[in-house]
Design a protein around this ligand. Structure first.
Ligand code: ACO
Length: 402
């Protein structure tokens, strides 16, 4: 109901773009998306050429430093990461303070925020050496923090990292292993999870990444900015969608698997009923990440003994939606989260850990974007304008006269 011809701010005309549908807030050389063609590239490399071929640590290096590492560069980066996996013993106390049934996402963001209290000598955003050490600490410690958030929720003891293992293997061991027992990392499981991390590693100016940039634009430190990004990711319209998709599939299954009646409720826009895992602000074609996840869901679920009934349900749901005018007209396709939950479930993760896995994957993208922002001389503090719709000037009435 706003008359857009009257969009005047105190300093002149402003553009009203709710949700930043058409407004670019920065320039960036990291990730390219063509939403109509279903293209995603990290630093120029198409996602399908990276997924399954480059490791997550390798892709993290690519995103952050701009080029694929040589074998020597990768070995050095990997070994530097392995030296930073431990959490300070005092930070471990934090986990005990949360209720047993705490959702692991706020545990994750709190612990990341708390990292800045342990590393107060490396918070200067303009000191390259300090940014570098904070980058390594974050990349190396987030898997440990995530595993401890899980251990806390199931009441099991924390495991120290085993630095003979790579990042993803170490995370799996700290999550599913026990102190007194040897844990054999299943290489297929580790490879599948590593690939899912690669698929999530960056996605240009999405809600959480824009949050990281906005917080960082005030020159807040890297830990504070990433912690804010984790909180933005938690919402069900963003990273929280992977949890919501599985809950939706289970609820359809519980109600007898009647997909057409569920789709009808979605189309009738019943409050709170959406086809979770469908639709995207930028992709108006099949999400290329979803295509890769869909291909792998089959093999991974067969190998790990996942819930094929839920996978069948997901496939039928997709088929029905993609041939329905409501979804066709609105260009709604499955996004990356439509099939990931089924794989995470087959791997043994509880539903509430799904968004944590997304955060682990997205971390290098957040860091790369924060570093690009802080090093860009054009960066200004993020400060959107508004169109004021409140009362015009009126006179104060003292309390006794109201
Ligand atoms: N189910 C049913 N209808 C939908 C869906 C959906 N999942 N997504 C969009 N629509 C409809 C809207 O109701 C709207 O219809 P209308 O034109 O009749 O009003 C139309 O499609 C356009 O949708 P918008 O909400 O305007 O699109 P927007 O770009 O603002 O939202 C979003 C994108 C948030 C991803 C949305 O599609 C959604 O809520 N999807 C479900 C949640 C989800 O899967 N999120 C994960 C996103 S990807 C990620 O973060 C990894």
């Amino acid at each position: 109901g706003i008359d857009t011809s009257k969009l005047l701010s105190t300093t002149g005309r402003v553009a009203l773009d709710i949700g930043f549908v058409n407004t670019a807030a920065c320039t960036s050389a990291i990730t390219y998306i063509d939403g109509d063609a279903g293209i995603l590239r990290y630093r120029g490399y198409p996602i399908d050429q990276l997924a399954g071929k480059a490791s997550f640590v390798e892709v993290s290096y690519l995103l952050i430093y701009g080029e694929l590492p040589t074998a020597d560069q990768l070995a050095e980066f990997d070994s530097r990461l392995r030296r930073h996996t431990l959490l300070h013993e005092d930070l471990k106390q934090f986990f005990r303070g949360f209720p047993r049934d705490a959702h692991p996402m706020p545990v994750l963001s709190s612990a990341v925020s708390a990292l800045s209290t342990f590393y107060q000598d490396s918070l200067d955003p303009f000191d390259e050496r300090q940014v570098e050490i904070s980058t390594l600490r974050l990349l190396a410690k987030l898997p440990t923090i995530a595993a401890y958030a899980y251990k806390k929720s199931v009441g099991q003891p924390f495991l120290y990292p085993d630095n003979s293992l790579g990042l993803t293997e170490n995370f799996l061991r700290m999550t599913f292993g026990f102190p007194a027992e040897p844990y054999e990392v299943d290489p297929d499981l580790a490879a599948a999870l590593d690939m899912l991390f690669v698929l999530h590693a960056d996605h240009e100016q999405n809600c959480s990444t824009s949050t990281v940039r906005l917080v960082g634009s005030s020159q807040a430190n890297l830990f504070a900015s990433i912690s804010a990004g984790i909180n933005a990711l938690f919402g069900p319209l963003h990273g929280g969608a992977n949890q919501s998709v599985l809950e939706m599939l289970e609820s359809i299954q519980r109600e007898g698997g009647d997909i057409p009646s569920f789709v009808k409720r979605v189309k009738n826009k019943e409050p709170g009923v959406k086809l979770m895992g469908f639709g995207h602000r930028v992709y108006k074609n099949y999400d290329p990440r979803a295509a890769i996840v869909k291909q792998t869901a089959d093999t991974v679920l067969d190998k790990l003994g996942g819930d094929n009934e839920l996978l069948d349900l997901a496939r039928q749901l997709e088929e029905i939606a993609l041939s329905d005018d409501y979804f066709v007209e609105r260009k709604l396709y499955p996004n990356v989260d439509f099939y990931t939950g089924l794989i995470y479930r087959a791997m043994g993760f509880p539903t509430r850990m799904f968004t944590v896995l997304f955060a682990l994957g997205r971390l290098p993208g957040w860091i790369a974007q924060w570093r690009e922002m802080i090093n860009d001389p054009a960066t200004k503090i993020g400060r959107p304008r508004q169109v004021y719709t409140g009362a015009t000037e009126r006179s104060f009435v003292p309390l006794s006269e109201r």
